[in-house]
Design a protein around this ligand. Structure first.
Ligand SMILES: [Zn+2]
Length: 313
């Protein structure tokens, strides 16, 4: 069976030069993008420069592309989209149009590639299998994959850091956070990972201590941290904290503090640019999640306190 991965995520947050596996087990005539018109009208969330906020965007094609490819027969993929080995391999200019203000504002240059020879027609050829007639691509099961890569984005993607993160960290950490995200978007994995690692080294202990002050934490967590200050290893503190964390963190199934801490003790030099990029993204998402949980609970409590105060007046 053909599988499509979430293309909205690709447009919204994939960095430059990072390959996005879009189609797995390609089957002709099923949904999916193989030529320019398939991109047309796709929607995704993106930052609108005009309105300075996230909006729904839609893909439009440059007029020249519409005119040229619109005239070609649509039962075949145009020849110029294949390389000498008959792999799907071409680049396409796409335009991001904001649905809210109707302004065209982002240009994407996208590379589209298959991992092996690709059928150039869109025929629905059926073939007999042991279970009756099935599409030939399903019977043959060649495991054809199509990947997309952003090779250019203009204007460059905005670094959009959540307000709760900005308010939680100090100026220095915010600066590292910004650089970590920026380098990630540009595909510099080792650089991005270095910044996120540094943030974890500096902030992890105080994040845990903030978590211990939340009402949803087990009071024993505070005690655990106080006792730690006197002796013992920091790694064991993170390990032992799991069962005392708020449920919203325990539901992750693994201890985020233990995971983040283990990253700081691991050597950077063994990782490739690509591995670092993936790791930086994961640390970023995990940090975001934990900090947002603290922020949400604290601000919720604050709201209720103010509400109570108002009612007393
Ligand atoms: Zn807009």
């Amino acid at each position: 069976m053909q599988k499509l991965n979430d293309i909205k995520e690709f447009f919204k947050e994939y960095p430059l030069y990072k390959e996005f596996l879009y189609i797995e087990n390609y089957v002709r005539n099923e949904n999916g993008i193989v030529d320019p018109f398939d991109f047309y009208g796709l929607s995704f969330e993106y930052f609108c420069e005009e309105e300075q906020t996230n909006r729904t965007f839609e893909i439009d094609l440059p007029v020249s592309v519409k005119e040229y490819y619109g005239k070609l027969p649509d039962d075949k993929i145009p020849k110029d989209f294949f390389d000498e080995n008959n792999f799907l391999n071409y680049k396409i200019h796409l335009i991001g149009l904001c649905k809210s203000c109707q302004k065209k504002q982002t240009d994407f240059l996208i590379s589209v590639k298959s991992n092996q020879e690709f059928p150039n027609n869109k025929d629905k050829i059926m073939s007999k299998s042991s279970k009756g007639f099935k599409h030939i691509d399903i019977v043959e099961d060649k495991k054809i994959e199509v990947s997309l890569t952003k090779v250019g984005v203009f204007p460059e993607q905005k670094v959009d850091i959540d307000k709760s993160i900005q308010q939680y960290f100090d100026k220095e950490t915010n600066n590292w956070y910004f650089k970590g995200v920026k380098l990630y978007q540009q595909g510099f994995g080792i650089g991005s990972l270095s910044y996120f690692r540094r943030i974890v080294e500096k902030e992890l202990m105080s994040i845990l201590s903030n978590v211990s002050e939340l009402n949803s934490s087990d009071p024993k967590l505070k005690k655990l941290i106080e006792d730690f200050n006197k002796n013992s290893k920091i790694s064991s503190l993170y390990k032992n904290s799991f069962s005392l964390l708020p449920k919203s963190l325990q539901i992750l199934g693994d201890n985020p503090f233990d995971v983040l801490y283990s990253l700081t003790s691991e050597g950077l030099h063994n990782l490739t640019e690509k591995e670092s990029l993936n790791k930086a993204d994961k640390i970023h998402k995990l940090l975001d999640y934990v900090v947002k949980k603290i922020y949400e609970e604290k601000s919720e409590l604050q709201d209720i306190r103010e509400l109570l105060k108002d009612l007393r007046k």
